[in-house]
Design a protein around this ligand. Structure first.
Ligand SMILES: [Zn+2]
Length: 453
């Protein structure tokens, strides 16, 4: 429906869009259905151009990594463009992603579109708007298998890890095995390179931050820290804040879909409406809906990739009850990204618990450094944790009490202190998961569940 030249979304009623936005969604959808091979099976499900575009999208299935693999990258290239020609002309590259939930997927990578998507995300945060010019110095601390130069045996020089305006701080992918010497080097290089932006995997930067605080090292604070690659934990944010005197913003996206949400200076996540549309699929009320649900992403304006209703595999919590104080009015606004669907656990009564809910409870446990919860049975949970200093007994008791408030009195919770917790390959921490994963489709409010193809 139209209100003062803006449009409100069909079910996420808090979202508003500029009047040109539905047309961009329609163009992306028509391109997929009528110029791209992989969407042939969807064409018969489209109610047609006479229907409102959000209703047309809602009538279609979700696109998963299974389809990306089955059709291959060429299946998603519109208008008869040819990948072999694009590669030969060096206009595009092929990039493989493994992801946490599926096997390897090959994606067409078109750098100008990726840059435009990133630049659009910067407009949603006042600090990024002020300093991110696209020519700024940027240090990156993440798994080198995600970005950078991996070297697990031996070390690379600073020069070998520098690419244009980017410095990759670590060639090693497991922070639990970083030596003091390696972290001293990272601090020295930050002081030397003086990045304007530090882009980091939050668990990696938290590990470095704990070292900086413990050793009382002096470190250059960038104008902005951008947290990406994984969902930041409350604990990680707090540890980073102790070491760096810089504002932080969480940037959310995926190799397949570009930049999707950016945290503003008021702490909410806003949709990058210039380059994508997001369909929100609420969970049933007993699983946290309608505020909590899954998202499907449709991208705009990438000449080499038509992506419609891509299931990005994450759970989010909406926050659109009041206009955000940053002034951003358009698109979905999130209170948080709650973690991946593979991070969901269940209470003994079979109600879904997001990683974000677990993390919020664990954030208040004094002396807790890191943790990981594994649900091994319908009411059995095991906590591994790292405690500050030697007071692990008190931390264990407080952490188990916090988990009991999340999972309820029927939950049986055990806890073990450990020296360190290593990330899962290719370098992402998992805070919670169920041994036998949950089918996320069964959690949805069935009125909004994607159609079967
Ligand atoms: Zn805001």
């Amino acid at each position: 429906m139209s209100v003062d030249g803006w449009f409100t979304h069909s079910f996420a009623s808090t979202a508003r869009y500029r009047s040109r936005y539905p047309q961009r969604c329609g163009e992306a959808l028509d391109e997929a259905l009528y110029s791209t091979e992989a969407y042939d099976p969807w064409r018969g499900l489209d109610p047609g151009r006479g229907s409102p575009v959000f209703s047309r999208l809602a009538a279609l299935p979700a696109l998963t990594k299974r389809e990306l693999r089955a059709w291959g990258p060429q299946g998603f290239v519109p208008h008869g463009r040819d990948i072999a020609e694009g590669l030969a002309a060096r206009e595009i590259e092929l990039v493989a992603t493994s992801g946490a939930t599926g096997d390897q997927v090959s994606n067409v990578w078109y750098q100008p579109w990726w840059n435009a998507s990133e630049a659009a995300s910067w407009q949603l945060n006042a600090h990024a708007r002020a300093v991110a010019t696209g020519a700024h110095r940027e240090a990156i601390l993440t798994s080198p298998w995600c970005a950078g130069f991996p070297c697990e045996d031996g070390y690379l020089t600073m020069e070998q890890r520098t690419l244009g305006r980017f410095l990759y701080l670590s060639e090693r992918s497991d922070p639990s095995s970083w030596t003091g010497h390696l972290m001293d080097r990272m601090v020295e290089e930050l002081n030397l390179f003086k990045p304007v932006v530090l882009e980091a995997n939050p668990s990696f930067l938290a590990r470095l931050s704990r070292y900086i605080v413990r050793r009382r090292l002096r470190v250059h604070s960038p104008a902005l820290i951008v947290l990406t690659y994984e969902n930041p934990s409350t604990l990680h944010r707090r540890q980073i804040h102790r070491a760096f005197d810089a504002p932080m913003a969480s940037s959310y996206g995926a190799t397949e879909a570009g930049y999707v949400f950016m945290e503003c200076e008021a702490g909410r996540l806003h949709q990058v409406t210039n380059t994508c549309h997001v369909d929100f699929l609420p969970f049933a009320p007993e699983h946290g809906g309608p505020e909590v649900g899954r998202i499907l992403v449709t991208i705009f304006g990438n000449p080499w990739r038509s992506l419609v209703r891509f299931d990005i595999g994450d759970v989010v919590r909406l926050d659109g009850h009041l206009p955000c104080s940053c002034g951003q009015r358009e698109g979905l606004t999130l209170m948080s990204v709650e973690g991946r669907t593979v991070n969901l656990t269940l209470t003994p009564e079979s109600r879904a618990v997001t990683q974000g809910t677990v993390d919020q409870a664990m954030g208040s446990v004094a002396g807790l450094v890191e943790y990981q919860i594994l649900q091994t049975g319908s009411s059995i949970y095991h906590l591994r944790f790292v405690a500050e200093g030697s007071a692990s007994g008190g931390v264990a008791k407080e952490a188990c009490d916090a988990l009991q408030t999340v999972y309820g009195p029927a939950a049986v919770i055990t806890a073990d202190p450990v020296e360190a917790i290593a990330p899962d390959p290719p370098g992402k921490y998992c805070l919670s998961k169920k041994l036998d994963p949950i089918d996320p489709d069964v959690l949805l409010d069935h009125r909004f569940a994607p159609k079967e193809c």
